[in-house]
Design a protein around this ligand. Structure first.
Ligand SMILES: Nc1ncnc2c1ncn2[C@@H]1O[C@H](COP(=O)(O)OP(=O)(O)OP(=O)(O)O)[C@@H](O)[C@H]1O
Length: 592
């Protein structure tokens, strides 16, 4: 059975494994930086030797102005060398940590892009943003300043101890007596630090996600006058974040001063015992001064120990979180040996498809079978009957069992996910437009499309006239810093975007719900000629625009309740006939 410390070691190995390629990639830069750093340390360790020789010559009476100037000049030269080398290690090692940060961020973004809806249902965007900001910053700090402090502390400690032992081994042992206390303290507090820091990072993720949500739904919050409630929730989250940060600070606050205190205990011991050794002339006054200098040099590494332990703990915790993200795999994966899709005829077949969303128990679709070929297939049904789910599955956004969905007679699970998606232009219910020009938004799927092609699909989607009426026409920017579009305009731009891809299969999931009934009718009518030779599936709450459809499928509670042409359904299906009557009456009333 694995113990806690085995698990801890395993986690550490896994997390550090993520870094090893970067250490190899930037090995030269790192080696150069570490060499510069170690050289600085040795030069600094040499300076007390020069001071010792100056003090000894003063004590012996052999000192002259010239020799003192010589000692001073040497120290000055060494200081210049230290300054130059410090610049170099900063440039190389901190540069390494920035490259590392960039590379990990790039792998995170390119990995997240491959993940699918199942993942995003589980991990909110705020959490991913926190990982790429706060957590990545901790890793960068640990691999930059953490690495510097660690190397510095180790080299300084070993070398200073060697110089001290050279002066007087006994005195060195006395000076080091309080050190085990520091080691035990660091080990004890580091575990608590790790736990607390993880909690702080989690709370930061919640805070980021909450802020993102608030900003995205600001209008809704105002409309429901929920500002105060939201502010209170935000405040509660902020307080929890502060509370945990303060607990973290309390642990750090114990670690740092304790390191300093233990350093001062050593100084006290050296002053007393070293002073007595000097009086007895066992060591020279120069040795005593040099010894104290070395002890001061040890104070920083001792303090650094606590700080480095803290930085490394934070870095490892963050690295684990990042590693967890990078180990996420898309639920929808390509087969090992995908079949190549020949020229697509657009023949879709769903067979006995039952689908349950991850994390839910009730199936959203139950034993659904249908076929769609060139022409128009309409889908209607009450809200929640599974229409959008069916569209998402047809658009290949969720994994489904083998033998339930065929494109041109081939099971989609034998095709690569991209190969299927490339055949389908999908217009989802919620339109997403980027903060770019209208032309760029329409050309998302084919950035190389000419302006004529863009205008032509905009005409088919009945949005051209409205775009031309805007001040900058197709170059009008959309979004926060641009023009605000109505729901109907956004939907028609999304439709134009889908048409431009010229894909053989078009799926519109209630994508015209925000335009008025007449416009929807006109669009569906004009699409007929555009979709010649293509497969088109339209989900609509209105039946009139689907009156020309080759077939209409009625969904009810995730099952196919009826199917047929408009005319046949009017005669045979009570639900269909009722909504057709109701909508016709409204149309007449609106027209009156
Ligand atoms: N992402 C999801 N995770 C879990 N359950 C979902 C998800 N999306 C939809 N459902 C559930 O699946 C069922 C079918 O929903 P779906 O959105 O497909 O219906 P719909 O017919 O498109 O409804 P509407 O006309 O309101 O858009 C509903 O019970 C819904 O709660």
């Amino acid at each position: 059975m694995l113990t806690d410390s085995d698990r801890g070691r395993h986690r550490l190995r896994r997390a550090l494994g993520l870094l090893s390629p970067f250490f190899r990639r930037y090995g030269l830069r790192l080696t150069a930086g570490c060499l510069a750093l170690i050289t600085v340390d040795f030069i600094q360790l040499w300076i007390p030797r020069i001071i010792k020789s100056a003090v000894d010559s003063l004590q012996e009476g052999s000192a002259s102005s010239e020799s003192l100037l010589h000692h001073g000049g040497l120290i000055l030269l060494l200081s210049i060398a230290v300054a130059a080398l410090r610049f170099l290690w900063r440039y190389f090692i901190l540069g390494f940590s920035r490259y590392l940060e960039r590379d990990i961020r790039n792998s995170m973004v390119s990995h997240v892009i491959t993940l699918d809806r199942t993942f995003f249902q589980k991990r909110p965007a705020g959490e991913i943003m926190a990982l790429s900001s706060n957590d990545l910053a901790s890793v960068q700090l640990a691999c930059g300043m953490g690495l510097v402090a660690f190397t510095d502390a180790v080299v300084m400690t070993v070398a200073a101890l060697a110089f001290m032992a050279y002066i007087h081994p006994g005195l060195t042992a006395i000076a080091m007596a309080p050190m085990p206390v520091l080691a035990v303290l660091t080990r004890f507090l580091a575990a608590r630090l790790h736990h607390r820091f993880r909690r702080v990072q989690e709370l930061f993720s919640h805070l980021t996600e909450f802020t993102r949500n608030c900003l995205a739904s600001l209008r809704l919050i105002k409309a429901y006058t929920q500002e105060r409630v939201q502010l209170e929730r935000f405040d509660r989250l902020g307080r929890a974040y502060i509370r945990n940060n303060l607990k973290l600070a309390a642990i750090q606050g114990t670690l740092f001063p304790m390191s300093g205190f233990i350093g001062n205990m050593s100084l006290l011991l050296v002053l007393f015992f070293g002073g007595r050794l000097t009086i007895r002339e066992t060591i020279t006054a120069g040795d005593f001064v040099a010894f104290i200098n070395y002890l001061f040099m040890l104070t920083w590494p001792m303090m650094a120990l606590g700080w480095v332990a803290n930085l490394f703990q934070r870095g490892v915790t963050s690295l684990e979180r990042i590693r967890d993200l990078l180990e996420e795999r898309p639920a929808l994966r390509d087969p090992l040996h995908p079949v190549t899709l020949p020229v697509v005829r657009g023949q879709l077949r769903i067979r006995n498809l039952t689908f349950t969303y991850p994390g839910t128990r009730e199936p959203a679709l139950n034993e659904v079978s249908l076929e769609a070929g060139r022409g128009l297939l309409g889908i209607v049904g009450r809200t929640g009957s599974g229409k959008s789910t069916l569209c998402r599955l047809l658009a290949r956004l969720y994994p489904i069992p083998d033998g339930t969905y065929y494109v041109d007679g081939i099971d989609v699970n034998r095709l690569s996910v991209d190969a299927v998606r490339r055949q389908i232009a999908y217009v989802p219910q919620n339109v997403i437009l980027f903060s770019e020009s209208i032309a760029q938004n329409i050309a998302l799927g084919r950035p190389e499309a000419s302006r004529e092609e863009i205008e032509s699909v905009a005409r088919a989607a009945a949005i051209h006239e409205e775009i031309m009426a805007m001040e900058e026409g197709y170059d009008t920017r959309v979004g926060e810093r641009g023009v605000r579009l109505s729901g109907g305009q956004r939907q028609r731009i999304a439709l134009a975007r889908a048409l431009l891809t010229r894909r053989p299969i078009l799926i519109i999931d209630d994508g015209l719900s925000a335009v008025d009934m007449e416009t929807e009718y006109a669009i569906v009518h004009s699409l007929r000629s555009y979709l010649e030779g293509r497969t088109c599936i339209i989900v609509s709450h209105r039946v009139a625009p689907l009156s020309d459809a080759d077939e209409i499928v009625i969904l009810e509670a995730g099952r196919v309740a009826a199917r047929g042409t408009h005319r046949r359904l009017l005669e045979t299906n009570g639900f269909y006939a009722a909504i057709a009557r109701h909508q016709a009456a409204r149309r007449t009333a609106d027209g009156a």
